[in-house]
Write a protein that binds this ligand. Structure first.
Ligand code: COA
Length: 259
């Protein structure tokens, strides 16, 4: 399938999604959100894809939701927009395959929220993160008020959301948002290496770990531990578990089938 506002390429089992509106620093309007919604379905249904990398075209990752598209929204239109944004962020967060953000430049507002829905955030030294919504008279509306606090703690999240300050890649790493920082010219190759490393692990187990760790977040400890027990024993019904343990004992690399 082809898309108007994103580039979509598959190579070596890795799907690269590049948000492609560089003239407006890849701001998210409804067209981008619909394209992202469709591409998530395409990725989920393609068994040849083992992981996803999200990045932006040009000098920005995503400089937020499109302010021009939002400026005259009615409250009802704003409700539909935030619902659409939430559903896209949740679909990345809940995707069974690992999702890695390769943040090449500005990740502001909805852009930072998009990174928060990914499993890993890698950044170039040119990356800048921030939640500037309050300076525009609104609040983060694609999950930032909740996911940011979960990742960096409520005090730091409050500081970022209230101050609207931008932070650089090193500061983002220091507060635990970013996993690693790379030089701009090596960002994609390094993130591809990271994707290959994670894809070499058992895919059924990865999907289960992701599901349990995400779903457990809003639950009581007892309910979350119950989820873990369910997923743990369920994996013993997969070929991947048999293969992973057999390969270890035979001192060879496992040949996982995602079954
Ligand atoms: N929505 C719509 N258009 C945006 C945008 C956004 N979120 N972010 C940038 N753009 C557009 C600018 O309007 C400009 O368009 P123009 O060339 O037609 O004037 C173009 O992208 C380039 O941006 P510009 O501001 O000229 O680049 P800069 O390097 O001086 O500044 C930023 C970069 C990211 C600091 C600045 O663009 C910015 O603050 N953007 C808004 C960030 C934001 O508030 N996001 C949250 C929205 S809820």
């Amino acid at each position: 399938m082809s898309y108007n506002t994103i580039k979509f390429e598959i190579s070596d089992g890795i799907a690269a999604i590049t948000i492609n509106r560089p003239d407006v620093l890849n701001a998210l309007n409804a067209d981008v959100l619909y394209d992202l919604s469709s591409v998530v379905k395409e990725v989920e249904s393609d068994d040849s894809i083992g992981s996803v990398i999200l990045t932006g075209e040009g000098r920005s990752f995503v400089a937020g939701a499109d302010i021009d598209a939002m400026k005259n929204m009615t409250t009802l239109e704003a409700l539909k927009f935030t619902e659409l944004g939430h559903s896209i962020m949740c679909s990345f967060e809940n995707m069974s395959k690992p999702v890695l953000a390769a943040v090449n430049g500005f990740a502001l507002g909805g852009g930072m929220e998009l990174t928060l829905a990914c499993d890993f955030i890698y950044a170039s030294t040119k990356a800048r993160f921030g939640q500037p919504e309050v300076s525009l008279g609104i609040i983060p509306g694609f999950g930032g008020t909740q996911r940011l606090a979960y990742v960096v703690g409520i005090n730091k999240a409050r500081e970022l959301v209230f101050s609207c300050d931008m932070i650089d890649a090193d500061e983002a790493k220091r507060i635990g948002l970013v996993a690693e920082v790379f030089e701009p010219e090596e960002l994609m190759s390094k993130v591809i290496e990271k994707a290959k490393a994670v894809m070499s692990k058992g895919p059924c187990a990865l999907a289960a770990a992701k599901r349990v760790m995400n779903k457990g977040r809003g639950l009581s400890i007892d309910a979350a531990l119950n989820l873990e027990r369910e997923a743990f024993h369920g994996l013993f019904g997969t070929q991947d578990q048999k293969e992973g343990m057999k390969a270890f004992l035979e001192k060879r690399k496992p040949d996982y089938k995602n079954q």
